[in-house]
Design a binder for this molecule. Structure first.
Ligand code: ATP
Length: 198
């Protein structure tokens, strides 16, 4: 069974993904794949260099994430186009690699951690169930500021470009409300869902 796990930034996707892994699921992390594609020598780097020019690369030849974030989220009026052009390069490569990893797994449950599942559309057909991790926006902001040391403004800029809570809920087969719950309680919720679905 294939589960697409999604949620807004800082909602707790990775935390929920770890619970599934502890139950024996195979985890496929699309963010980790995206990062590997954009390291120096990463498979996406030639296309990125061609599309955005040398300023998109750091001194090692990897994607300059700070530059890209600046272009995508901070430059006035620039945002969605830069983001769309980067995603047009990355998404087909991520699709192929996730497929490859899923084919290589013998686990009964495969969990794809896909932050942009709702935004990118294609994922809905690739999975049997969509699991959304949800929490209050203020909780997302607090978690991201604590973890990434970003400013509130930078966090809000990312949050506002993502799908809304209602858009995610509309796609969900189940929603885990990761608000005021301990990691143990969250794990219990995942266990209940796993019993229900498998
Ligand atoms: P991102 O989209 O930024 O990758 P994410 O949705 O994967 O984030 P996590 O990394 O799982 O979210 O969680 C964000 C932060 O919040 C982490 O530091 C995590 O430890 C913490 N966190 C998540 N869930 C809880 C919880 N129920 N109680 C306390 N802290 C939590």
């Amino acid at each position: 069974m294939k589960i697409g796990l999604t949620g807004g930034i800082g909602s707790g996707k990775s935390t929920v993904a770890r619970c599934w892994a502890e139950l024996g699921a195979c985890l496929i992390d699309t963010d980790a794949i995206a990062r590997s594609l954009t390291l120096a020598q990463g498979a996406a780097m030639p296309a990125i260099a061609k599309e955005f020019g040398p300023q998109a690369l750091d001194e090692n030849g990897a994607l300059d994430r700070a530059w890209m974030r600046q272009q995508a989220f901070a430059a006035p009026g620039a945002n969605s186009d830069v983001k769309r052009r980067l995603e047009a390069i990355l998404h087909p490569l991520i699709g192929a690699l996730t497929q490859e990893q899923a084919m290589a797994s013998t686990a009964a449950v495969i969990v794809f951690d896909v932050p942009l599942l709702v935004e990118s559309g294609r994922w809905r057909q690739r999975v049997d169930k969509v699991l959304v991790v949800d929490c209050e926006p203020e909780t997302q902001i607090a978690r991201v500021i604590a973890r990434n040391a970003w400013t509130r403004e930078a966090t809000l800029a990312v949050l506002q470009q993502q799908a809304s809570r209602s858009q995610r809920r509309a796609c969900a087969d189940a929603v885990l409300y990761n608000e005021a719950v301990t990691p143990d309680e969250l794990k219990q919720q995942v266990l209940t869902l796993a019993r229900h679905w498998t």
